[in-house]
Design a protein around this ligand. Structure first.
Ligand code: TYD
Length: 233
């Protein structure tokens, strides 16, 4: 991998229990050991206001939250995250690894809550002024495996996690559909593979991205529906 020359934005996506946080941590450690400056962050959250929105939308006990309100809370958290955290880090030339981004809203609220994927994407492109990842790592998890993993330590499930398997199957299909539409911008991996195997494959792909000429990294950024923005670089 060559010297860091400009910011690179990588999102980890997938269903609950896919192992995104573990893989983001592994990638961050591998990149840092090669001298890169890495910012790890997550959604919902990543800023003080975002963390408050996270509790609001995920904790049980805040009363009914209808699907539109839910989508707007996630989008509000993301707007703060893009403006206050991600763009500044990219401007400093850092590698930003986020645990979830726009695709999570498209999958969970657009498909899972049936608000419509295009509507939810538009809302989020507006919220982020079209900021798109250069690469999305999609860890594809079978919903039942995901549930087994996340309840293994008797951790309580949040509002979204506790939805039925059928909800999580719609989300899985939506994620795979997003990746199929833009294969060059995605790395799709089966989440049941051994952790080391996944980490190696992700590092290989990210290494190619970092070694690519800037134009290639930039080409990966804009989503067809976000052509007004030149991406993160
Ligand atoms: P996550 O932080 O991955 O869960 P945890 O850290 O508890 O494993 O995500 C929290 C939940 O929020 C998860 O069920 C997915 C959901 N979510 C959405 O529904 N829409 C979104 O836009 C985002 C970012 C998350």
């Amino acid at each position: 991998m060559s010297n860091q020359r400009s910011g690179v934005f990588i999102a980890f996506e997938g269903g609950d229990g896919a192992g995104k946080s573990t893989q983001a941590a592994r990638l961050a450690a591998a990149l840092e050991s090669r001298g890169y400056t890495v910012l790890r962050t997550r959604e919902p959250g990543g800023t003080p206001v975002g963390e408050k929105l996270r509790s609001l939308v995920l904790d049980h006990g805040n009363g009914d939250i209808d699907a539109h309100t839910e989508a707007l809370i996630f989008a509000a958290s993301r707007a703060a995250h893009a403006t206050q955290v991600i763009r500044p880090a990219l401007g400093r030339g850092e590698i930003v690894l986020t645990d979830r981004y726009i695709d999570s809203s498209v999958a969970y609220q657009g498909a899972g809550r049936d608000l419509g994927q295009d509507a939810v994407r538009s809302l989020n492109e507006w919220a982020t002024s079209g900021l798109q990842p250069h690469l999305t790592v999609l860890l594809d998890v079978d919903p039942q495996l995901g549930r087994t993993r996340r309840t293994a330590g008797q951790a309580a499930e949040d509002r979204l996690e506790s939805e039925a398997d059928e909800f999580h199957t719609r989300i899985r299909d939506a994620f795979l559909g997003l990746a199929a539409r833009r294969p060059a911008a995605y790395l799709v991996l089966p989440a049941h593979l051994p952790i080391d195997d996944l980490a190696g494959r992700i590092l290989d792909r990210v290494g190619s991205l970092l070694d690519a000429p800037p134009a290639e990294a930039q080409d990966a950024a804009p989503h067809p529906a976000a052509a007004h923005d030149g991406g993160a670089l």
